[in-house]
Design a protein around this ligand. Sequence first.
Ligand SMILES: Nc1ncnc2c1ncn2[C@@H]1O[C@H](COP(=O)(O)OP(=O)(O)OP(=O)(O)O)[C@@H](O)[C@H]1O
Length: 291
Amino acid sequence: MLSLAPKVERPAAEAPLVSATDVQKTYFTRQSPIHAVASASLDVARGEFVSLLGPSGCGKSTLLMMIAGLERPTSGSITLAGEPVASPRRDIGIIFQDATLLPWKSTLENVLFPIRILKLPMETYRDRAHGLLKMVGLAGFEHKKPGELSGGMRQRVAICRALIHDPEILLMDEPFSALDAITRDQMNVALSEILETYRKTVIFVTHSIREAAFLSDRVVVMGGRPSTIILDKKMPFPRPRRFEIEETQEFAQVCRELRLTIEAAHGHGQDGHEQDAPRPASSPAAVSVIE
Ligand SMILES: Nc1ncnc2c1ncn2[C@@H]1O[C@H](COP(=O)(O)OP(=O)(O)OP(=O)(O)O)[C@@H](O)[C@H]1O
């Protein structure tokens, strides 16, 4: 039954929807093995929003791709709703850094593309596609091609495409990192609003401390060499969240703790990854993450 699912409260003590146990991943390359994830254990409850935060190369995308069934762990296990992940699944929607839309198809056709691939009844999903596009502020853009849309609009189309078949889990790999700072902030608010309506379980990869703190129920910091999970912290901010929380002392304190955790694991400014928007002169340099 297709519906624009209303927000549903999660019963307490429910088994985790996503569970990774002692997951390890080594890429065997011609040169030498690369230990992308030394060990990671992570439970994500149904309806939870969990960010994986950490500097470049700490294995965030690798962990996400293993959860998606697109990479196999070298050891350890990953289950979704209690079932081992063996291959890509229908109950997952994935959003990457680049919107990867089909340039010759319209906005509407792009959103409906998974329905074609999954061989689901197109007519049943057309209304849902219109509803999703309206929700993200793209009503009236259904027949535009990706080339006629801004970066933020294209990424909103990608979100609609990921939600069209109503997957239970959304995996997002730095979905907003290619956008300018203002659009990125707008997308963070838009994503929060979308998830207030279409409640999903989300695992979100980012370098941005602020973005992780703003969006998440929990922030999982990855780092160290070899890379593991070094902090798993609940975000104490009530929902719905609006920008104003970023101006609170509590938000600054949480961001500071996340930054200090990353710095303790990696030292200061090591790998020259993308840097933050201008920071107050009194604050120390960021380490390959955006504050
Ligand atoms: N397919 C692959 N083959 C070999 N090595 C890989 C492969 N994918 C990732 N790696 C390596 O594994 C390590 C972890 O990469 P991964 O992309 O998971 O990190 P990340 O934290 O997501 O980085 P970024 O934030 O820059 O995307 C890196 O050293 C990377 O070079």
